[in-house]
Design a protein around this ligand. Structure first.
Ligand SMILES: NC(=O)c1ccc[n+]([C@@H]2O[C@H](COP(=O)([O-])OP(=O)(O)OC[C@H]3O[C@@H](n4cnc5c(N)ncnc54)[C@H](OP(=O)(O)O)[C@@H]3O)[C@@H](O)[C@H]2O)c1
Ligand SMILES: C[C@@H]1O[C@H](OP(=O)(O)OP(=O)(O)OC[C@H]2O[C@@H](n3cnc4c(=O)[nH]c(N)nc43)[C@H](O)[C@@H]2O)[C@@H](O)[C@H](O)[C@@H]1O
Length: 308
């Protein structure tokens, strides 16, 4: 991307969008355009059409989406399907109409079949049944991947799809019900510590395994791929390492200095047993994450405390 290129970061106030924005500023880009959802509701077809026609961005990072943890995905099933389809349809189609030079679509590791072999290779897409709790979200994300591929096939558009693993970092969502596991446990354990409560409830059995990538590392990978990756096929972004939810909770407990007990609530869903990304393709291109989990949790906790 040329340093004076006009770059639209959709979702710039979110965890991922804000990390991409910071990365672009650090790299010397000065012509970055943004809109909050109040200023531009990306579900609104006419508003998105008008925005692209007026602004004519050169590059687009599509990091705006309806996002949440396992319970949010399972509860707001219609919203996750409708809103994500609407946002991505409007942005991808208008990027094509306005001759955007390159667009990056952000998917998620939940696009892979629930019981796919591990680690998850990119070509396992559409080889089996999805995890029930996040099927609507995954279907929307798969549609986004296929849309980027179809616009490339039919119109030669340089639209790429990246599949990040579970993320955490600055500007994360710490909502008690709707957040992802890592921010949720930071909040619960912090609150137990300051209120002298002896137990923290962890959802599910604690045995599912997850991989976690710090959002600033993800932004670095997104920038790297925007510069170096121009292929039709999706590409995974992760660390290549995972751990059980129980071990994650123990690590957060240690970092926060909480001495109480963990209690597992098995009435809550476990979700996919494991979703470890195969990052061979990304590593072969020359990118590797920098922030390890303990350091990332320390940084996220500082951010949480400063905003709590
Ligand atoms: N978090 C994860 O663990 C994770 C993992 C894998 C992939 N991803 C992907 O990364 C991307 C970003 O996720 P995130 O974690 O950064 O989410 P986030 O923190 O919830 O941010 C989402 C952003 O999307 C914007 N947005 C939502 N609905 C909108 C609408 N109707 N119109 C305009 N903007 C809208 C919001 O804008 P406002 O703030 O202005 O309302 C918000 O800033 C998503 O595509 C997600 O699927 C996330
Ligand atoms: C990255 C996202 O991952 C999401 O799946 P997924 O990893 O299970 O999402 P999480 O909500 O992070 O949950 C991961 C695991 O942590 C357990 N868990 C334990 N305690 C908690 C808690 O307090 N809050 C939460 N949220 N979980 C908790 C949860 O039951 C599940 O087994 C998908 O629903 C999305 O579609 C998306 O792909």
């Amino acid at each position: 991307m040329e340093k004076n290129a006009k770059i639209y970061v959709a979702g710039h106030r979110g965890m991922v969008g804000s990390a991409i924005y910071r990365k672009l500023v650090k790299e010397g880009y000065t012509n970055i355009i943004t809109r909050t959802s109040a200023e531009l509701d990306l579900r609104n077809q006419q508003a998105v059409t008008d925005f692209f026609a007026a602004e004519k961005p050169d590059y687009v990072f599509l990091a705006a989406a309806k996002v949440g943890g396992i319970v949010a995905n399972n509860t707001y099933r219609a919203d996750f399907l409708y809103e994500n389809l609407a946002i991505q349809n409007n942005v991808i189609h208008n990027a094509y109409l306005n001759e955007v030079k390159k667009l990056m679509f952000l998917g998620s590791s939940c696009i892979y079949p629930k019981l796919a072999p591990q680690p998850l290779k990119e070509d396992y897409l559409l080889t089996g049944t999805l995890e029930e709790t996040n099927e609507p979200y995954a279907i929307a994300k798969i549609a986004g991947i296929k849309m980027c591929d179809a616009y490339r096939d039919q119109y030669g558009a340089n639209f790429i799809s990246v599949m990040p693993t579970n993320l955490y970092g600055y500007n994360d969502n710490y909502h008690p019900q709707n957040s992802h596991v890592l921010p949720a446990l930071i909040r619960k354990i912090h609150e137990a510590k300051i209120n002298n409560v002896k137990e923290v409830v962890v959802w599910g059995s604690g045995s599912p395994m997850r991989e976690f990538l710090f959002a600033d590392d993800l932004a670095d990978a997104c920038y790297f791929l925007m510069e170096h990756y121009n292929e039709r096929n999706l590409i995974n972004i992760g660390t290549g390492h995972d751990l059980t939810i129980r071990d994650l909770a123990l690590l957060i407990k240690e970092v926060l200095g909480f001495e109480g007990e963990l209690v597992f609530d098995t009435t809550k869903p476990d979700g996919t047993p494991r979703k470890l990304m195969d990052v061979t393709k990304l590593h072969d291109l020359g990118w590797k994450h920098k922030v390890e989990l303990r350091e990332g949790i320390e940084l996220a906790y500082q951010d949480f405390e400063s905003r709590y």
